[in-house]
Ligand binder design. Sequence first.
Ligand SMILES: NC(=O)c1ccc[n+]([C@@H]2O[C@H](COP(=O)([O-])OP(=O)(O)OC[C@H]3O[C@@H](n4cnc5c(N)ncnc54)[C@H](OP(=O)(O)O)[C@@H]3O)[C@@H](O)[C@H]2O)c1
Length: 273
Amino acid sequence: MEYALVTGGSQGIGRAIARELAGRGYGIFLAALDNSFLDETAAELIATFKVPVIKFPVDLTHEKAALTIKETVESEGICLKILVNNAGFGRGDFFENISLETYHIMMGLNNRVMVELCYHLLPVLKKNKAAYILNLGSMESFLPMPVKAIYTASKHFVLAFSLALGTELIGTGVSVSILCPGPVVTNEDGMRRIKNNGARARLVVMMPEEVAPIAVNGLLSGKKVIVPGKINKLILFMNKLLPLSMKMVLLKKIGISFLPKESLEDERFKNQA
Ligand SMILES: NC(=O)c1ccc[n+]([C@@H]2O[C@H](COP(=O)([O-])OP(=O)(O)OC[C@H]3O[C@@H](n4cnc5c(N)ncnc54)[C@H](OP(=O)(O)O)[C@@H]3O)[C@@H](O)[C@H]2O)c1
């Protein structure tokens, strides 16, 4: 049985990708935080798709998490064909308004964990004739978004890393893709923010179940950069045409329109908004 390892596969986009891969007959190695979402997702995948599911409860930000995953994959003799580095998170606010601790966790989960899993699991993936890595970027991998400075920088890292590693691995059988979705509704807070932002936001927003088949089709066909949604593709095309200064003013306006009211009323940032 060939397996796909999905980090953060218990909710959101990761869960939808895990479902999509299970539907295509892969066993699933779910590495996510130890809570009821992990249990429920694992049970649902087994019941619906009749594939084996390995539950691996883990806080990926712990120093040895990636190494422990690699040791488990090897000791269990798992035939790992696909690695999906999905777990990640972002936060939007003025740079100084978010704690350094949060930034450390964000950079750790979005970047360090991805790098370590690729590093440790590449030898395992290379045992296959063909194997696949999918890293979660974002539209913000291309758009340096003010008021999301660290998140957007972390997703630029994912883009550069994925393109560079993918090129390095040509001829090895391992292909590397980056998935760059626009806004995807994965929780109630996301849904509320989309509603608050009206028609413009609803135009670009997608559901995880729409993104997952596009992601998996792109991955298995060896596509380097996967951008789901026609509007998102159009935005990235326009992005190439706009002068940098104009683009940054526009991106700041968009970023600020998503900020909570408290941030906009904060005296420290009044002249920035
Ligand atoms: N949603 C969007 O609009 C959007 C757009 C572009 C890119 N992305 C990217 O897509 C990826 C998934 O986003 P999402 O919105 O689907 O996220 P989500 O709904 O918050 O789900 C994240 C998943 O990662 C798990 N996770 C979080 N921290 C973890 C940790 N320290 N150790 C292990 N597992 C952890 C979560 O477990 P728990 O549920 O137990 O917390 C959950 O299963 C991220 O890399 C994100 O940056 C999202």
